[in-house]
Ligand binder design. Structure first.
Ligand code: HXC
Length: 262
């Protein structure tokens, strides 16, 4: 008998690391084992100097239809939830804390923990069939991995309330109009477009990219004055890099820079 396909597939294209969830029978539900495999793969790319950007993809029918309800339905009370799920929820934060940029390639369902996973990434390329939602209220709970926090900061309170309180889903076009995704493309090309965006990022000087990512992220968590101070520190730190010397020299010499990543 052939070995079962792994739940998470990993490959590279040049300096881009691609991680794809592959659990079609459960619409890519994010079980502990799937999230562990995702973190191992993404964490490995984050530490690999040959990789400069990542793509996190699902399947055309589902990016991920949420955390695995089968793993939660037996939990008896809040203490049990804390014990069983605290570490699991931390996996979403660990993805948000990766140093290198991650482009989510989202098609089909991105619901509950799936929507939260897409938001833990840095950019989202959506197919025309993508559907975003926080439907946890419909199974008696609420979002627990950023669906009331990240979503509200991205799309605002009115719509976030509606999504979290009624389970309203957003189409890809709506998600674009509310600033949740970067672009909407035909389903046939969402993965290719996500890879192209990742390649474009990977072609930039990596230390500057990582500093810019950290600084944009800080805009969400820090108050304005702290965020500006953090930005300034990172900006100055880039003058310690070879890529700053190369970038500015190449500009003056009217040639393309060659990035060393140092
Ligand atoms: C486990 C899931 C699942 C999930 C789908 N499946 N979503 N299994 N966890 N989150 C399984 C179904 O049980 C079914 O398995 C198979 O995938 C196909 O799903 P269907 O329901 O038959 O497909 P369809 O009728 O097309 O409906 C698709 C759907 C629906 C609208 C996406 O599956 C759905 O509502 N899923 C749950 C969405 C949700 O509530 N997500 C939030 C989860 S809580 P079988 O074996 O029957 O074929 C969450 C908390 C996050 O994410 C906090 C972080 C821990």
């Amino acid at each position: 008998m052939a070995a079962a396909a792994p739940e998470v597939a990993v490959e590279t294209e040049g300096a881009v690391g691609i991680v794809a969830i592959n659990r079609p029978a459960a619409l890519n539900a994010l079980s502990i084992s799937v999230m562990d495999a995702l973190l191992e793969a993404l964490g490995g790319f984050d530490r690999d100097p040959a990789i400069r950007a990542m793509v996190l993809a699902g399947l055309p029918r589902a990016f991920a239809a949420g955390a695995d309800i089968g793993e939660m339905k037996h939990i008896a009370d809040s203490k049990g939830a804390d014990k069983a799920l605290s570490l699991h929820l931390a996996r979403w934060d660990k993805i948000a804390l990766l140093k290198k940029p991650v482009v989510a390639a989202v098609s089909g369902f991105a619901l509950g923990g799936g929507c939260e996973l897409a938001m833990a990434c840095d950019l989202i390329v959506a197919s025309e069939t993508a559907v975003f939602g926080q439907p946890e209220v419909q199974i008696g709970v609420m979002a627990g991995a950023g669906g009331t926090q990240r979503l509200t900061k991205i799309i605002g309170q009115a719509l976030s309330m509606e999504m979290n309180l009624t389970g309203r889903r957003l189409t890809a076009r709506e998600a674009l109009s509310f600033g949740l995704v970067n672009r909407v493309v035909p389903v046939e090309s969402y993965l290719v477009e996500a890879k192209k965006l990742a390649q474009l990022i990977a072609a930039q000087p990596p230390l500057a990219v990582q500093a810019a990512k950290a600084s944009v992220r800080a805009a969400v968590d820090l108050k304005s004055s702290e965020g500006l101070a953090f930005e300034r520190r990172l900006f100055f730190s880039l003058f310690d890099t070879r890529d700053q010397k190369e970038g500015m020299k190449a500009f003056a010499e009217k040639r393309k820079p060659v990035w060393s990543g140092q």
